[in-house]
Each structure stands twice: as structure tokens, then as C-alpha cells.
Design a protein around this ligand. Structure first.
Ligand SMILES: C[S@@+](CC[C@H](N)C(=O)[O-])C[C@H]1O[C@@H](n2cnc3c(N)ncnc32)[C@H](O)[C@@H]1O
Length: 357
């Protein structure tokens, strides 16, 4: 039906235009230009062009994230030197005008369709190491409260790079944390009081993801989804991937709820705090998984005693909020606290909890 085909194409163009706006807001003018160019100029002359414009699913960012699939694919080709000259228009080169950029993209779409196809087949996957700064500050609050070693259980862990957070070094509002000898240092812009100076000792770490990424095998894929004009983010994830490659964290494949059930059914180690944590993941879980996790945490919390406390650390955007927040609930008392507001990548943090909690 021509009418519905037109509607589909309009939805695809709108998704690229909206992604352009988001990229601009999140500090990637190049991705903004790329998405805006594709929004207005993508045509049916190539197989990839037809496949994208006829996208049968939901192209928008919160669903299939179609624009980021294609941007990731193009960046992947550029990174491996297979883009037929498109690389000359990518950072660090100066931004091209739209017409020249489109001419180069068009050539790549025409001649590299085979290589681009798998990028359209699967959703973008990221692992944002900047969030380790927030999670570390949250663990410092847990450590200050209980002064016990921590068993970390991460839901939606991707490649597990944030599970290795104690192997990075931090300056958190003037408070040093982590491993001072680490090749990876994180110093987010910090506002408000410093985080509690609890001594974080990670006793064990494990995670789950529907589609775990392997820090060695999936390295290039993870790097391709980082926006090309954000060299600091690229450098950060490259450093974390090198650390993870030497000793990859255990991330099992599965649904977060089922995995959490199994973990919580295991006896908790006396004298340890079990910390369930997740960042920018809960919103992607199906409603049934979310409800199951909430109930499982309530039940495990009710059973937690002071010899083996339980903590739930979340960096997520709640529906009622405009910004991402870091929140911490601990048991046996069950108290829940807002710790911080932050940029979604953890690059600018406003700590709100007072140092004593
Ligand atoms: C936006 S990524 C965030 C990854 C990581 N937590 C970070 O902050 O960089 C969300 C992750 O949640 C995972 N995910 C989505 N639904 C899931 C589910 N039902 N169970 C487990 N993981 C899931 C995805 O595969 C993806 O790796």
C-alpha cells in the first residue's frame, strides 16, 4: 500500500532527525550532521537505502535505534579502513558540508552493502565506562555504611566494564578512589559535597546480560558505537577494554530476573554485603522482568540481616524525572536514598547526599 510505505519512510526520516537532535545535545556535532544528512538525503538507489527506508519495525531510538545501527556500521567501516574514502570526512578531519558528506556516504552504501548488513540486523550495544565513576561513588556510600567487602551482582552488564570499577582510578570531587596505578583515570565534573570516603573492597563480581559482549571478540563493535568526535570516551573505553581483556569479568547470558533469582537463592556470604547494581539498563528490561526484580529485592531484603546486608544501587532515569539519578537502597533497614544526579555518561555529577548519609 503506497500510503503506508510513505508513512514508514516518514517515520524513518523522523527517527534520524530526532537522533540528530539528541546527538547535538549529548555533545556529538558530527553524529548530528551524519543523522541530519541521512534524514534528508537517504534514497532508494541502494539496497541499504531501501532496507532502511522500508524498515518494518519501530525505527526510533527507544525501540530499534535504527539511526545508531547505521551510524555504528559506517563508523565500524571507517575504523577498519574499509569505507572507500568516507574516513576522509570523519573526525579528526574538519566537518564536511552536507553535500560532500552525502556523496561519500552514498558511495559507501553502494559498494559496502554486504559489510553494512549485519550492523542493521542487531541493536547497538554499548558499555559506558564513565558510569563507573558514579557506581564507584555509590559503592563508597555502601562501604561507609557497612565497612564490609562487597559481592557485586550487575544486571544488564554488557561487556562487564563497570564490574571492574575498582581497577580504575578516580578523582571524585577531590576524593581519590580506586587503583592509583591504573592506566584509566576518571575525573568527572563534580558539584555538591564529596562522596563518602568508604574503602571499597570488591570480594567478587558477576553479571548478566541478554547479549553479553566479549571484551576481546567484540572490541571493534563496542568502539564503533562510540561517537567518532568523542575521543575522550573512545580513549576511556579502549583503556577499559584492555584491562578487561587481561582478565574478563564473568557476564552470563540470560534475562536479568531469572539470573537474579538464582544468585539471591544462594546463601549470602557472612561478613559481606551483596550489592545488586545496574546502570541505564532497567528501562530496557521488559515490564515483567522489572516487576520480578522489584519483588525479588523486597523478599531478599526482608531476609537480610546485619551480618549479611543487601544493597541495591541504581543509575537510571525514572519515569517521573528528567535526569538520570543514582539511588541506593540498603537492608536490613530498607532505607532508600537519592545520592546524585548525573549526565547519562557520568561525565558531570551533582552529589546530593550529605557525607554522613
Ligand atoms: C544501554 S545498555 C547499558 C549497559 C551497561 N549497564 C552500561 O551502563 O554501559 C543496556 C544493557 O541491558 C541489556 N539488557 C536488556 N534487556 C535485558 C534483560 N531482560 N536481561 C538482561 N539484560 C538485558 C542489553 O543487552 C544491554 O547490554
Amino acid at each position: 500500500v503506497p500510503g503506508s510505505a510513505n508513512k514508514r519512510e516518514a517515520a524513518v526520516r523522523a527517527a534520524f532527525a530526532s537522533q540528530a537532535e539528541w546527538a547535538e545535545r549529548l555533545g556529538s556535532p558530527f553524529t548530528a550532521l551524519l543523522c541530519a544528512t541521512l534524514a534528508s538525503r537517504l534514497d532508494r538507489e541502494t539496497q541499504i537505502g531501501r532496507r532502511v527506508l522500508d524498515w518494518p519495525g519501530r525505527p526510533e531510538a527507544v525501540a530499534d535505534a535504527l539511526a545508531l545501527r547505521l551510524c555504528g556500521g559506517l563508523h565500524g567501516l571507517v575504523r577498519r579502513g574499509d569505507s572507500l574514502g568516507l574516513a576522509a570526512f570523519y573526525p579528526p578531519h574538519p566537518a564536511p558540508d552536507e553535500a560532500r558528506l552525502w556523496a561519500a556516504i552514498e558511495r559507501t552504501l553502494r559498494q559496502c552493502g554486504e559489510a553494512l548488513r549485519p550492523w542493521l540486523d542487531s541493536a547497538p550495544q554499548t558499555n559506558e565506562v564513565g558510569r563507573s565513576a558514579l557506581l564507584m561513588a555509590g559503592l563508597m556510600a555502601v562501604a561507609q555504611r557497612f565497612a564490609l567487602p562487597l559481592d557485586l551482582l550487575e544486571l544488564g552488564a554488557s561487556a562487564g566494564l563497570n564490574l571492574l570499577l575498582d581497577r580504575y582510578f578516580y578523582d571524585l570531587g577531590g576524593v581519590a578512589a580506586g587503583d592509583p596505578a591504573s592506566p584509566l583515570g576518571l575525573a568527572p565534573e563534580w558539584k555538591g559535597p564529596p562522596p563518602p570516603a568508604g574503602e571499597v573492597a570488591v570480594a567478587s563480581r558477576s553479571g548478566v546480560d541478554l547479549r553479553p559482549m566479549d571484551p576481546r571478540r567484540d572490541r571493534e563493535r563496542l568502539l564503533a558505537y562510540v561517537w567518532p568526535d568523542q575521543p575522550a570516551r573512545l580513549a576511556r573505553i579502549e583503556a577499559a577494554l584492555a584491562i578487561a581483556a587481561a582478565d574478563p569479568p564473568a557476564v552470563e547470558r540470560g534475562d536479568a530476573a531469572a539470573w537474579l533469582d538464582t544468585r539471591l537463592a544462594e546463601p549470602s556470604a557472612a561478613g559481606h554485603v551483596r550489592v545488586v547494581l545496574h546502570s541505564v539498563a532497567f528501562q530496557y528490561f521488559p515490564a515483567a522482568t522489572q516487576a520480578h526484580i522489584r519483588a525479588a529485592m523486597e523478599a531478599a531484603g526482608a531476609a537480610a540481616g546485619s551480618a549479611a546486608p543487601l544493597a541495591w544501587l541504581r543509575f537510571e532515569k525514572l519515569e517521573q524525572d528528567e535526569k538520570y539519578s543514582l539511588r541506593l537502597r540498603v537492608w536490613p533497614d530498607g532505607s532508600d536514598r537519592l545520592l546524585a544526579w548525573s549526565h547519562p555518561h557520568g561525565s558531570a555529577i551533582r552529589w546530593v547526599a550529605d557525607a554522613q548519609g
